[in-house]
Design a protein around this ligand. Structure first.
Ligand SMILES: *[C@@H]1O[C@H](CO)[C@@H](O)[C@H](O)[C@H]1NC(C)=O
Ligand SMILES: *[C@@H]1O[C@H](CO)[C@@H](O)[C@H](O)[C@H]1NC(C)=O
Ligand SMILES: *[C@@H]1O[C@H](CO)[C@@H](O)[C@H](O)[C@H]1NC(C)=O
Ligand SMILES: *[C@@H]1O[C@H](CO)[C@@H](O)[C@H](O)[C@H]1NC(C)=O
Ligand SMILES: *[C@@H]1O[C@H](CO)[C@@H](O)[C@H](O)[C@H]1NC(C)=O
Ligand SMILES: *[C@@H]1O[C@H](CO)[C@@H](O)[C@H](O)[C@H]1NC(C)=O
Ligand SMILES: *[C@@H]1O[C@H](CO)[C@@H](O)[C@H](O)[C@H]1NC(C)=O
Ligand SMILES: *[C@@H]1O[C@H](CO)[C@@H](O)[C@H](O)[C@H]1NC(C)=O
Length: 779
């Protein structure tokens, strides 16, 4: 709830002074008889240890374990445990994280949306690995727990969403891939875990994917995330909202899931056994704990009256499969629910099994953490040079070049003697972090970054990002006229977009546009616009203004943002980021934010959402992003035809037509689960050449366009896969993809089933297309 959120932020800030110097763990070898309990015996099976522990607990003790600040059980040598830590893009302020003393700060990586723009899976993994090293070190030092409630992989459905910045963007494949790599980077023990042992393997720290599911609205026109009932079609659920979570569970092996505030077709997500038990655990094989978003359990009675008493709310969530209540509702109402027979020991033990299993996988019941894996991580592993370098690299890799007329970028130190640096984010510090941040190791502001290269003149132009009036604009114009080039750093900050705050406009706030236009019309030198924000902004005016030579989007670039921006502007780093979200024009805000449909509706004029479905004009498209070089593609090895053999269980693909055997060759489909799918898999090779004057990294985005004959509701295009490569100027390389047609070239029908249709499919990279005929062949 909003009030609770405020209290928690205050709590987080106050915690700076309240330090515990010891990590919390059970089974302390110095505590005599306690370590003889079976649950402390590390040579026993984890499941037996968990069972032993739970068998020793009273009902009262059990209930006190069902909340984020789980109580100590002193008679068994079990310490209290705070489950709530945040690590979205670095260890962040949260109830279980304490900055101060030994750990004044932690590395602040770019906000997720910018990292996603790198389309670099190795980067996603490495960042999470660095964060978990810092997290585990902070645990060892007594400054943190080991369960982190990150990443946020909700689909960025509407450009106004205040938390879109926290996500990897609007595409399910990108979000899922980000989720898998981020989770594995946080959780993996020294060796990447194999898919078979993942369920009970040791955890470096525990990751969590949130918010399950269809959560992407804070507050709009009277609807609040606490009472919002998302009306979602089965088709949208199955091909948009749920796939990132499925990847996170099945390929990331995540150990935590958070159920969201909103209702889904009338049912609160934390009380939805269909989702929490059938989908997550039974269908996807999730092994881990499910926590409510904070105070989501109380909403079920207090706000939506879905349950008719607090006890019913508690029973609803436990019976649905939720394990942990962020908040204190459980401790207040579970006892009376138990006495009234609404919940029983089976319900409690089911939840406790999931909770203690995660604590044990983290090694929190194995005695002194210093003697365990990661036991030596400490102060020197936090804000290390290596991690700070990675934060810089990440910002460089994500930055997106959107316009570069007359190749005014990169700037040359030789010809730019004096650079004017202007705008409300030009000397940004904390604004570079976005929300869910911690205390960074240090800041280098854009102004300070540029000063490394040239001498600068500075003028903010606006008193704040809100830029309420124009009284600083004349001074900024004067400053601009004194320079050989102008860099304007504008955009948003968390006063405009954040948790609990959606935007109502996509335009730059206040007088920012006036600032940009007046500066651009006053000078004859290159004007470079740097947009610092998470969500998209409508800057069509600047895109179309020939006096503005270049535009860069820098997200919220994190602690090293200023260095990254200057390295890109001066050509030390050739930009290769691509937009992870569609930039819509301002009139998109006429669309109801409550409309969860991804697909357009011709009868109402609803334009649909995201690059897969949106039919209207854009400011910039998903995947847009330039380079100082230029890249060309060619399909070098790809089949032209795929034959699905329908009269037997065999299928094959081949280059040759077998038309003599065909009848109604296109009008068929295979269910994605069909046993014939496997053999249809084929390799695809694409050559990529760097035809420009600079070396650079480039992300290859491979798309699929379904056949024209596909059923209504098929996407216009969908991302199949992506990979980032580095190419020297003038060089060429080849990338290989493995295409699994029933997965990559399939679409979801109204009933939610995924099918692969016959017909003419198109594979595309950039503006190069390859057509693939898929037909059935009767033997
Ligand atoms: C731990 O369990 C093993 C296997 O059952 C047993 O041999 C050993 O004695 C136990 N250790 C303690 C300290 O009880
Ligand atoms: C947990 O939080 C509640 C509410 O703030 C508080 O009353 C209780 O003492 C806390 N328990 C522990 C173990 O910290
Ligand atoms: C820019 O910000 C830094 C860090 O807050 C500050 O030290 C410096 O004085 C600022 N520069 C200007 C010109 O305001
Ligand atoms: C916004 O304006 C464009 C161009 O005038 C139009 O094509 C589009 O349909 C409009 N979108 C909405 C949501 O009104
Ligand atoms: C389009 O909107 C109309 C009016 O709300 C509705 O009746 C119809 O079912 C919608 N069509 C689709 C394909 O969603
Ligand atoms: C693409 O490949 C074909 C066949 O190998 C070749 O003829 C053509 O020149 C290539 N095009 C480019 C742009 O490399
Ligand atoms: C196809 O496979 C199914 C199940 O394995 C089997 O029952 C059936 O006989 C097979 N059909 C043919 C034509 O081989
Ligand atoms: C991807 O990220 C990793 C980690 O930062 C980096 O080493 C690598 O060079 C990046 N790849 C490309 C092609 O930019």
């Amino acid at each position: 709830m909003a009030s609770i959120a405020v209290v928690l932020v205050l709590q987080a800030l106050l915690c700076v002074t309240a330090l515990s110097a010891q990590p919390q763990y059970a089974c302390n070898p110095n505590s005599g008889s306690i370590q003889s309990y079976a649950f402390c015996n590390t040579s026993l099976d984890l499941t037996d240890r968990v069972r032993d522990l739970i068998s020793r607990l009273t009902v009262q003790e059990k209930i006190l374990q069902l909340v984020n600040n789980a109580s100590a059980i002193p008679r068994l040598g079990i310490t209290s445990y705070e489950w709530w830590q945040e690590a979205l893009h670095g260890i962040a302020y949260s109830p279980g994280v304490q900055f101060g003393g030994n750990v004044p700060s932690a590395t602040s990586f770019p906000q997720t949306i910018l990292t996603a723009a790198s389309f670099n899976t190795t980067l996603f993994y490495r960042i999470a690995q660095a964060i978990s090293t810092e997290g585990r070190a902070m645990y060892n030092l007594g400054n943190s727990g080991a369960t982190f409630w990150s990443p946020n992989i909700n689909i960025y459905r509407d450009p106004r969403w205040g938390r879109g910045q926290e996500t990897p963007g609007e595409d399910p494949v990108l979000s899922g891939t980000y989720g898998i790599n981020f989770v594995r980077g946080l959780q993996e023990d020294n060796e990447p875990y194999s898919d078979t042992n993942a369920g009970l393997s040791r955890l470096k720290v525990s990751a969590l994917c949130k918010h399950f599911t269809a959560y992407d609205l804070e507050s709009w026109n009277g609807a609040e995330r606490y009472n919002f009932n998302a009306l979602v079609t089965q088709q949208d659920l199955m091909d948009t909202y749920n796939p990132p979570f499925q990847s996170c569970v099945q390929e990331g092996h995540v150990s935590g899931i958070m159920c969201s505030y909103n209702r889904f077709n009338g049912v609160p997500n934390c009380a939805n056994s269909n989702f929490l038990t059938s989908t997550l655990r039974n269908d996807w094989g999730f092994i881990g704990y499910i926590v409510s978003d904070c105070d989501a359990v109380s909403l079920i009675y207090d706000v939506t009256k879905y349950a008719s008493s607090p006890e019913d709310a508690v029973a609803d969530v436990l019976k649905a499969g939720m394990d942990l209540n962020c908040g204190s509702y459980m401790t207040q109402h579970a006892q009376t629910a138990y006495q009234a027979g609404k919940i029983n020991d089976f319900d409690l033990d089911r939840a406790l099994t999931n909770l203690f299993t995660v604590r044990m996988r983290l090694g929190l019941f194995d005695g002194d953490p210093k003697t365990q894996p990661y036991g030596t991580l400490g102060k020197s592993d936090i804000c290390s040079d290596e991690h700070q370098q990675l934060a810089l690299e990440a910002a460089c890799q994500g930055i997106v070049l959107l316009k570069n007329e007359g190749r005014s970028l990169p700037l040359s130190q030789g010809s730019v003697k004096t650079l004017a640096v202007i705008g409300p984010n030009a000397n940004a510090t904390i604004n570079m972090l976005g929300n869910y941040h911690g205390n960074p190791c240090k800041y280098v502001t854009p102004l300070q970054g540029l000063q490394i290269y040239v001498s600068t003149v500075f003028s903010p132009g606006c008193a704040s990002v809100a830029c309420p009036d124009d009284h600083l604009i004349s001074a900024a114009v004067d400053t601009a006229t004194k320079a050989d080039a102008v860099v304007l750093v504008v955009g948003l900050d968390i006063t405009q977009e954040t948790e609990t705050l959606d935007r109502t406009s996509l335009l730059l706030p206040g007088q920012q546009q006036q600032l940009i236009t007046r500066v651009a019309s006053a000078v004859k030198v290159p004007v470079i616009l740097v947009i610092m924000c998470g969500g998209p902004v409508d800057i069509l005016f600047a895109k179309d203004d020939s006096r503005i030579s270049s535009i860069l989007w820098v997200g919220y670039p994190g602690e090293a943002g200023g260095v990254a921006i200057s390295q890109v502007l001066f050509g030390h780093y050739n930009p290769g980021g691509r937009l992870p979200v569609t930039w819509y024009p301002e009139n998109f805000t006429k669309i109801s934010m409550l409309d969860m449909n991804m697909r357009p509706n011709t009868s109402t004029g609803y334009p649909g959402r995201t690059h897969r479905f949106y039919t209207g004009p854009t400011v910039f498209q998903f995947g847009e992003g330039l380079s100082y070089s230029s890249f060309q593609y060619n399909f070098t090895s790809a089949p032209r035809q795929l034959n699905v053999i329908t009269s037997s269980n065999q299928s094959s693909w081949s280059e040759s037509q077998k038309s003599s055997h065909t009848r109604n060759a296109y009008s068929f489909f295979l269910q994605a689960e069909d046993s014939r799918c496997e053999v249809l898999q084929f390799p695809l090779k694409i050559t990529v050449s760097n035809r420009g004057p600079h070396a650079g990294s480039h992300s290859v985005l491979l798309y699929h366009t379904p056949p024209k004959s596909s059923p209504t509701g098929s996407p216009k295009q969908q991302l199949i896969e992506f990979t980032r490569l580095h190419l020297e100027a003038g060089s060429e390389t080849s990338v290989a993809f493995t295409i699994r047609p029933c997965n990559h070239l399939s679409t979801v029908r109204k009933d939610g089933s995924r099918v692969f249709h016959g017909g003419m499919h198109t594979l595309s990279v950039g503006d190069v297309h390859h057509h693939l005929r898929v037909m059935q062949v009767h033997w």
